[in-house]
Every structure is written in structure tokens, then in C-alpha cells.
Ligand binder design. Sequence first.
Ligand code: SF4
Length: 430
Amino acid sequence: MKFAIVDVIKSGDKKDFNGGFGTSFDIGGGFFLKILKFLRNSNEFFPITLYGIYIALLKNQGHEVYYAKNRVPDNMDVIIMHVSLVRNKEELDILKKIRRTQSSFVMLIGPAAFHCSKKFEGLYDLIVHGDLEPHIREISSIDDLPRGISDFNVEHDLDSLPLPDWGLFDISKFSQFPLLKRKPTAPVLANRGCVFKCNYCPYVVNGSSNRRRSVLHVIKEIKYLKNCGFKSILFRDPTFTLNKKWIEEFCNAIIAENIEIEFACETRTDCLTEDLVKKMFEAGLRAVKVGVESFDHRSIEKHSRIAPKKETQETIINYCESLGIRVAAFYILGLDSDTANSMQTTIDYSLYLGSSYANFNICTPLPGTKFYDEVKDKIFDHNLNHYDNFTPVFYTKCSTPKEIKYFQQKAFSKFYFRPSLIMKRMKDFF
Ligand code: SF4
């Protein structure tokens, strides 16, 4: 059969981020913030991490696979589209066009497909709830495919999946610069799900079970990606260092086999120790993204987040930076109990922590999360394109949407337009 993966994407979109709901760096504001937006959007690009595996799996099953960006492909048997929140309007436009002009079977994937299924009524044949891989394994003809919304299913045997096929993409564009200096950068998932239960988190909307690949399988993928021309790896696991024993084995294997590769990962500071960071640095870790979220731990604990201790955050961030591992610290502004004072304190804390990079998201109730259920009556903006972490969409207890947006722009300006940081970052770009 002929399959097409149809992608609807604009400059600055990262549909893989935010648990697959997507995000788009659109900060607004004046001249300096526009420069920041330009630098971010022109230097970072990633496809959906699992596209490579879907393509390899489909080809292994004997299907033809095509990739179509922002257009409707002709004469396909099956169209697969990962739908998001941030491109909802544009995706609906393409889906309507597909329905008008094609008779293809349309499969929608991604958490927005299931959690916002009403938006897509009449525009799909199947919404996949959970992982796509088990469905691909079972398809030999269209008649095999269920219709409507599938039962929830996840792939448990991650080691049985093929290595990704990125042959349909221009991999020279895959980049996480300046966090990772070597390009192109391949996205890799070593484990899926997270055992923590932060109530706003999109990574746990489909259940929080953690599933892991073997070290051997991941090492095999890294060697293969190097042969394909990739120079660095971004691990897209929600919490890469959940299992310290696994990480030690992984680093030991990279060091023993002398595999030269730069990598970055996302994790929590309390899932790192100085010894582990040192070992990871020896293996090639050059950047790490960590969630600090807020200075006010009582606010984030209301979101069922177990906040790492402040001393742990400080020690780990300082230690990483001292070794040459660039830290990108993530913060949330506009939590339900945030005030102007607490948002200012979080901004001051981000400057004090001294990470190389920082990101300040506006607290956004994502469909499917417990947080969404808690605040759904306070949501005033139902345009899904605005659920991008840059737009306030619900009324909080203690601050106005205008204040929250003001503090987000202030946070980015204060963090990135300090003379000391500008000098450091200039070196990255030139
Ligand atoms: S630790 Fe991170 S990935 Fe895990 S539930 Fe919390 S926010 Fe999500």
C-alpha cells in the first residue's frame, strides 16, 4: 500500500515538544525579542522523533512511504497525520482539503488527536489512541484497520522496533543549535513515559508507565546514526536519567567502544548526581535541559510536582556548567497561584542560577491533563493554536493574563540581554 506522512509545520514549530502537543516560539514584544525569536527559529529544527521509526516499520512491512510537508499528496491509500494544538487551524484546513479531493484512509496520531477528537469530526477514519507502532504491525490491507477511535495500546517491546529511516528528510536541517554545537542532530528516544505525575505534564496524559530500550539497542542506533551523517544526539526522553544504572551502563558502553558523539538530554536535577554527570560528560554529554519551574515550591507542589531541593538544583547546574555542559533551565510563569511578586522572584532566581540558557513557559492547561480538568471552567481562550506556552488561556487566581504575558517577555529580555551573557552567546554564533 502507499502511505504518506503529512506534516503541517511553520518556521519555529516544534510539534514533537510539549509531549507531542507542539510548541512554537512566538514571544511577541519589541526589537530585541524579535531578534531572539529569529535566532531560535532559524537555528532549531526537529521532526516528530518517531517518524523515522514509523517509516522504517512501514517499509519493512512492504509498503511504499512518502513524506508531504504542508500539502495534500495524490493517490495515497493511507494518510498519517500527527495533529497538534499549535497548528490546529492549519491542520484542519489540510484535512478538509484531503476529504474534498482524496479517498485515502486518514489516520490521526498524537495526543491532540485523541484528547481533542471532537475538533476532527468527519475528517478522519481512525484516531490512534496510544502508540502507532502496534497498528502498523497489523496492517496488510485497509480492511485490517479499525475505524473510529482505537483502543488504547502502547508498544512494549521497544527493542523489536527497527532503527529509524530518515531518508525522506533533509537531515542537514536537524538542529538543536546552539545547545548542541555539532550538527546535524538526531532525535532519539531511549525510554518513553515518566514515573512522576506533575499534573500539568503532557508526557503522562496517556498513562505514566516507563518503558525502556536496552543499552545495546540504543548503542546500535547511535552507531547507525553516525554512519548516516549525524554528529550529535538529542535524547527526547521526558526524564532521561530516571534509571541511574541504565545510564552508567550506557556511558560505559560509549566510552569502551570509543564512540565519538555529542549528546543532550532532558531530565530533573534530582535524577542526577555529580558522579553521574561526570560519567555522562566523559561519554559526550554537552547539554542538559532541566525543569526548575518556579522559585515558589509551594506553588508547584500544588501541581503534584515533587520539586527537587533548591540546593540540589544549584549544585547540579553549577557542576554541569563548570564541566562545560550547557544547561537550559525551564521555568513556568502564570501558575494558578502566581502573583506579580512570585513571577519576579522566579525571574531573579533564573538569573541567580546562572544556566547557559533558560526558557519561560506560560502555564497552559493541555487537554488530557489533570490540570486541564481543574481549571477548565476558567479557560477563556479556546483557540487551540494559542496553546503554545506563549499565550495565557485561563484566568489564574492572582494575576491577569496581561501581567503574565508581561512577565514572560520581561523574563526572556532580562535573561538573554545581559551584557555578560550576550558576549558568551556571541561566541556560539560566530
Ligand atoms: S518529571 Fe517532567 S516529564 Fe515527568 S511528569 Fe514531571 S514534568 Fe512530566
